[in-house]
Write a protein of this length. Structure first.
Length: 317
C-alpha cells in the first residue's frame, strides 16, 4: 500500500507497507532518490524516495538487519546484522561485494562510513568497536574496547575522530591517529543511552536516553569541549533520533508512537510532526532537503515533508 497525503498537523506525504515485521534500519541515498530499509525479515528493501515503490529486494543476512548506511559517494551500502556480520553492497550492480564475519561476539548494532568513504566502523552489543577497510574488507588496527556495556551507536566526527555511546550512559571520544592510546576522554551522561547522533551542521552531539526507563531526555554536547550544553526533557522514552542535513532540526521518535521535531536554536522549541500506529524504530532525514523517513515495528515506512504543508507527488493506487 502506498498513499500520498497533504501534510497538515499529523498527516503524511506517503506510507508504504514494506514488510509484516519490524524495520530497525533505514538509510537515505546521498542524492535523495532512494531509501534502504531492513529489519526482522532479514531482507533489504530499496525504495524510490518519491513514490515509495520497491525498486528491488536483496537478501544475504541470516538474522535481523539492525543498521544500514550509504557511503557518501552513494556507490556502496553497508548492512549490519544480528548474525554478527556486515555486508557491503555495490549499488550499481545491486550485488554484495562481500560479507564480513566481524568476530564480534554479539549483535552488530550499528555501521557507519567514514567521511572519506575509505573505511567504515561497526559497533556491537559485545561492547567493542571495529574499523574496516572498504577496499579489501580487512579490519583496521585492533578493536576499540574501552566500553563496559553494549555499544549501540557511534559517529565519525572526522576521518580521525569517533564518538561512541554505550547503554550505561558513557560516551568515549577516540583519536584514530593514536594507535596506542586512541581514547581521548570518557564522558558520563547519567542516561541509559538509546542513540547518539552528530550534527554535520554545527558539530553538536545529541544523546538520547532516560534514567531508569523514566525521565527521558536529549542531552546536547559542545563539539569542541564535549561539555553538556543543554538537556531537553521529553514525555516519552526515545527509540531513535536524527539530525537534518543542515543541523537545524533534530527528529525524535518515541515509544508513544509520535515523531517530534526540535528546533536547534533559541530555547529549542519542539513541535509534533505526526505519528504511527506502532512503535517507531528508525528515522532518517533526506540529505538535501527537509524530508524525513520513519519505519516502525509493523513494517510500515512513512515519508514526511517537515517544511512544506503539501504533498510531494500524486496519490498512488
Amino acid at each position: 500500500m502506498v498513499t500520498a497525503w497533504d501534510y497538515d498537523g499529523d498527516e503524511i506525504v506517503f506510507q508504504v507497507a514494506i514488510s509484516e515485521q519490524a524495520l530497525f534500519g533505514l538509510a537515505v541515498h546521498p542524492d535523495g532518490t532512494e531509501i534502504a530499509v531492513g529489519g526482522a525479515d532479514n531482507f533489504i528493501y530499496v525504495l524510490d524516495a518519491i513514490t515509495g515503490e520497491t525498486l528491488y529486494r536483496s537478501e544475504g543476512h541470516s538474522n535481523w538487519i539492525l543498521s544500514l548506511d550509504y557511503a557518501h559517494s552513494g556507490r556502496f551500502l553497508a548492512s549490519s546484522s544480528a548474525d554478527l556480520s556486515v555486508i557491503v553492497w555495490d549499488m550499481e550492480s545491486r550485488q554484495p561485494l562481500g560479507q564480513i564475519l566481524t568476530q564480534h561476539t554479539d549483535w552488530v548494532r550499528d555501521v557507519e562510513f567514514s567521511p572519506d568513504d575509505s573505511e567504515f566502523m561497526t559497533t556491537s552489543a559485545d561492547g567493542t568497536l571495529k574499523r574496516w577497510n572498504v577496499a579489501n574488507g580487512r579490519q583496521i588496527g585492533v578493536s576499540l574496547a574501552r566500553h563496559s556495556a553494549q555499544v549501540w551507536s557511534a559517529n565519525y566526527l572526522s576521518d580521525q575522530e569517533i564518538v561512541s555511546a554505550d547503554i550505561s550512559g558513557e560516551l568515549i571520544h577516540w583519536d584514530l591517529e593514536n594507535i596506542y592510546f586512541p581514547m581521548i576522554e570518557q564522558i558520563a551522561t547519567g542516561l541509559e543511552v538509546v542513540d547518539a547522533e552528530f550534527s554535520e551542521g554545527d558539530g553538536q552531539i545529541a544523546v538520547a536516553g532516560s534514567v531508569g526507563g523514566q525521565d527521558a531526555s536529549i542531552q546536547l554536547f559542545d563539539p569542541q569541549t564535549k561539555a553538556l550544553m543543554q538537556e531537553i526533557m521529553l514525555p516519552s522514552f526515545t527509540t531513535d533520533i536524527d539530525y537534518s542535513s543542515d543541523g537545524d532540526w533534530l527528529a525524535v521518535a518515541g515509544i508513544d508512537q509520535i515523531i517530534r521535531l526540535i528546533e536547534m536554536e533559541g530555547e529549542y522549541p519542539t513541535r509534533l510532526l505526526g505519528s504511527h500506529e506502532s512503535i517507531i524504530l528508525s528515522l532518517a532525514f533526506a540529505p538535501d532537503r527537509l524530508v524525513l523517513f520513519s519505519g516502525d515495528d509493523s513494517g510500515l515506512v512513512k515519508r514526511w515533508d517537515v517544511e512544506e504543508e503539501s504533498a510531494v507527488g500524486e496519490p498512488l493506487d
